[in-house]
Design a protein around this ligand. Structure first.
Ligand code: RP5
Length: 165
């Protein structure tokens, strides 16, 4: 198996790591190689720009980017790369992620960021969304996504049956 990372999971702070790990768990479940690192739009701007510029040449196919507060990281990555950027707004302030949601989703026309829900559900969905992008050219991965849905539905049915018992 080729272990070159295909997805880059980025986040603005180590305090984001726990929530963003949800995306990593999903990718791992689908056997998608990924890398995960902290890089900040504000605290390490040069490193962030250089990383975004060089990612495609290293084999990265899409970014998953989480940040809280004035969440500019996903937008900055999108401004430096033509790869798809999936944004995950995180709850890091008294505004509980609404600040990050608006900062992530309100991109100017021409520079898209596919924005997920705030927090863990958003990070998990970002992993699935990245898998769906890769599955467009990978029938084996597409089959795994079909199974994932079937298992999710079966788990709901099972829980419901337990409630009825
Ligand atoms: C953002 O500020 C980060 O993405 C994080 O969610 C938030 C708070 O960062 P720390 O002060 O915890 O490092 O840039």
């Amino acid at each position: 198996m080729n272990n070159t990372p295909q997805i880059a999971i980025l986040m603005g702070s180590d305090s984001d790591w726990d929530v963003m790990s949800e995306a990593g768990k999903v990718l791992k479940g689908f056997d998608i190689p990924f890398e995960m690192l902290v890089t900040s739009a504000h605290r390490t701007p040069e490193r962030t720009h250089a990383y975004a510029k060089s990612a495609a040449a290293r084999g990265i196919l899409a970014f998953i980017v989480g940040a809280g507060a004035a969440a500019h990281l996903a937008g900055v990555i999108a401004s430096e790369s033509n790869l798809p950027v999936i944004g995950v707004p995180l709850s890091a302030t008294e505004l509980k992620g609404m600040d990050a949601l608006l900062a992530t989703v309100q991109m100017p026309g021409g520079v898209p960021v596919a924005t997920m829900a705030i927090g863990k559900a958003g990070a998990k969905n970002a992993g699935i969304f990245a898998a769906q992008i890769l599955a467009l050219s990978d029938p084996q991965l597409a089959a795994k996504l079909v199974r994932y849905r079937e298992e999710m539905a079966a788990a709901v049915t099972k829980k419901n049956e337990a409630l009825q018992a």
